[in-house]
Design a protein around this ligand. Structure first.
Ligand code: UT7
Length: 332
């Protein structure tokens, strides 16, 4: 029997209009454009402004663009996997909310939380529904409104994060394109170094949690940085090795955009030239689940059928992993 692979057949993204520059952050916290640029590579990030605007507002636009590009209606989508750490609400799932907003009324859906590695976890999970022949059109959304959980008086976290959404459509192919291999890992001992203390069932919201600012991202940056550098580089190299790929065989690395120094360490370990690495951290910062699909969408016109592409990520949990895929279509 011919093997069914899951291929990305459309990709899109959306970021909010408001640009929060390093210069503006200089007015909020004790920092400088020079420090942020040299330590992270970030120059600006996008922020969703306005009352009652959740992550699905950004994702909705990305999904609508994707459906238009692919020339299909919302009712053709079978499954929506919404990868996020900042859902509109604890429940119902943002997958259900965005499905209602866009009219994907035949789809079932759920949210997936693997912090910054969420999108590649979602991609791998979604691909299984295609590979088994169960479903034909699986939408994987990576989106976060990080500004909703960032403390804009904390100099070490507010400079990093931004808001944004990307989405990809997975469909079956028997041409050998699409997802070829993946490695997903996690280590629960990472919880101590990157988490949000309150708002869940362990510590529900109270006056005390608000007063202690426990609804914001808590990050011990140096420790996270050390793990991220070693794990993201290691897993990206491992996926090359076990698929007998050399750096020359790789068309693009699509790394999670958390810190330019982590991206550089990963591409160096793989022996890749900088010109094969998708980097937009300077414009968007770390959009958590949004980074990888936003890159794919921005670089779509440079991707060709058969290109070997490596996606790799590291995030809270800790979670990390890499995906090897063959791009399935030429630029339009
Ligand atoms: O995507 C999910 C996974 N997350 C990551 O991968 C993030 C990984 N971590 C990082 O990218 C880096 O740790 C940060 C960019 C968050 C921080 O950089 P760092 O070089 O690790 O700084 P640090 O927090 O260890 O602080 C070093 C110094 C401190 O000053 P002293 O104590 O040495 O005098 C901080 O107060 O830098 C100071 N500092 C700042 N100075 C100016 C921290 N943040 C800032 C700032 N502006 N924004």
């Amino acid at each position: 029997m011919t093997k069914i692979n899951a291929a990305i057949t459309a990709v899109s993204h959306h970021v909010p209009d408001y640009v929060l520059s390093n210069k503006e952050l200089e007015k909020l916290v004790d920092t400088t454009d020079e420090w942020i640029t040299t330590r992270t590579g970030i120059k600006e990030r996008r922020i969703l402004k306005g009352e009652d605007q959740g992550v699905t507002e950004i994702a909705k636009v990305a999904v609508e663009k994707l459906l238009q590009k692919r020339g299909i209606g919302p009712e053709e989508i079978d499954l929506v996997i919404f990868c996020t750490v900042t859902p509109d609400k604890i429940f119902p799932a943002s997958a259900n909310i965005v499905s209602r907003k866009v009219g994907m009324n035949k789809a079932f859906g759920y949210d997936l939380n693997a912090a910054c590695s969420g999108f590649i976890y979602g991609l791998v999970t979604g691909s299984k529904f295609i590979e088994t022949g169960s479903y034909k059109k699986v939408l994987v959304i990576g989106a976060d409104k990080m500004s909703s959980i960032v403390d804009y008086s904390d100099q070490s976290t507010c400079i990093i994060f931004g808001d944004g959404a990307g989405a990809v459509l997975l469909e079956p192919t028997t041409e050998g394109m699409g997802l070829q291999d993946s490695i997903l890992r996690s280590d629960g001992s990472g919880e101590a170094f990157l988490h949000q203390k309150a708002g869940g069932s362990e510590r529900p919201a109270s006056e005390g949690t608000l007063a202690r600012k426990e609804h914001y991202v808590h990050q011990e940056g140096k420790t996270v940085f050390k793990f991220a550098v070693s794990k993201m580089a290691e897993v990206s190299y491992e996926i090359l090795e076990r698929n007998a790929l050399t750096a020359d065989d790789v068309a693009w690395l699509v790394p999670h955009q958390a810190n330019l120094r982590i991206i550089d360490a990963t591409s160096n370990r793989m022996g890749l030239n900088k010109d094969k690495v998708m980097i937009n951290i300077d414009r968007y910062g770390n959009t958590t689940n949004g980074t990888i699909p936003i890159c794919l969408s921005e670089w779509e016109n440079k991707l060709h059928k058969g290109d070997n592409i490596i996606l790799s990520a590291f995030g809270g949990g800790f979670t990390w992993g890499a995906v090897y895929l063959k791009w399935a279509y030429d630029p339009s």
